[in-house]
Design a protein around this ligand. Structure first.
Ligand code: CA
Length: 245
C-alpha cells in the first residue's frame, strides 16, 4: 500500500520531501497552509472537498493529512475513518471551528492524531505538524536551534543567550523561533502577524513592534545588531552579529 510504503522509506532514512495533503474548503486558510508548509520544504497538495482529498491520498500517498471537519461534500469525520481504512498509521490533524469541538472531541480523538481549533496561527499549526510527525518518526526538524549565541530548545521551551537563560513569553518564543529557523531572512510585519498571531488577526499592527522591542530588551540587543530592523520592510536575524551577553 502506497501510504505505508512511503512511511517505511522515510523511516529507512531515504531523503525526500514530506507530502502533506491539506483538505480544506476555505480558500484563505488552504492557501496560507500551502504557502507556509511549502516554505518549510514540504510538498503540499490541496483539495477543497473531501472526495478529491481522499483520491489524492489514495493515489499519491501522504505523510500527513490536515483535514477540515466541515467540508462541502462529505463530513470530515467520514473522510477520517476512510483514511484510517487505508492506513492505520497515517498522521491526521483535524481542523475544527469553535463550538464543533465539545460534542465531537471524543470522535476526533478516536480518528485523528490531533485537532486544532480555528482561528489558529500558522506557527501553532506548524508546531502540531512537527509534533505529530515526530511521533510518527517522520520529523526532519531539529529540536534545538543554535544561532549567534542563542540556543532555543523547541521541546523543553528553554532559551539561552551565551548561556544566560531568557524568560520569554509564548509570543516572544514564537517570534524568536521563527527568526532562528531562517537566519538572514527578512520577515514583514504582515508575515509575522499571520505566522505568530493568526491568519485572521485584525488588531493594531503596532503589536509586532511592541513584542519585538520586548524580545530585544530580554536578549540585551539594545543596538539592534542581532535583530535588525529593515526600514519599510520588516525584521531579520543577523547570525554574524558580534554581541556579548
Ligand atoms: Ca470548512
Amino acid at each position: 500500500m502506497k501510504v505505508t510504503d512511503d512511511g517505511a522509506r522515510r523511516q529507512a532514512g531515504e531523503s525526500r520531501e514530506l507530502h502533506i495533503v491539506v483538505i480544506e474548503d476555505e480558500p484563505t486558510i488552504a492557501e496560507s497552509l500551502r504557502v507556509g508548509l511549502t516554505d518549510e520544504g514540504m510538498q503540499v497538495s490541496v483539495a477543497c472537498d473531501g472526495n478529491s482529498g481522499w483520491h489524492i491520498v489514495k493515489e499519491q500517498g501522504a505523510d500527513l493529512v490536515i483535514l477540515d471537519l466541515m467540508l462541502p461534500d462529505i463530513d470530515g469525520m467520514v473522510i477520517c475513518r476512510r483514511l484510517r481504512t487505508l492506513s492505520s498509521t497515517l498522521p491526521i490533524i483535524m481542523l475544527t471551528a469553535r463550538g464543533e469541538v465539545q460534542e465531537r472531541v471524543q470522535g476526533l480523538q478516536q480518528g485523528a492524531d490531533d485537532y486544532i481549533v480555528k482561528p489558529f496561527s500558522f506557527d501553532e499549526l506548524l508546531a502540531r505538524v512537527h509534533a505529530v510527525l515526530r511521533r510518527a518518526g517522520l520529523s526532519q526538524q531539529p529540536t534545538v536551534l543554535r544561532v549567534a549565541g542563542l540556543v532555543l530548545n523547541i521541546e523543553t521551551r528553554d532559551v539561552t543567550f551565551h548561556g544566560r537563560p531568557l524568560e520569554l513569553t509564548p509570543t516572544e518564543f514564537a517570534l524568536l523561533e521563527l527568526f532562528m529557523r531562517y537566519p538572514r531572512r527578512v520577515f514583514t510585519r504582515e508575515t509575522l502577524l499571520s505566522r505568530v498571531w493568526g491568519f485572521t488577526y485584525a488588531g493594531d499592527s503596532n503589536i509586532v513592534e511592541v513584542h519585538m522591542s520586548n524580545l530585544r530588551e530580554k536578549i540585551g540587543d539594545h543596538e539592534r545588531k542581532l535583530i535588525r530592523t529593515i526600514y519599510g520592510v520588516g525584521y531579520c536575524l543577523r547570525p554574524d552579529a558580534t554581541m556579548v551577553a
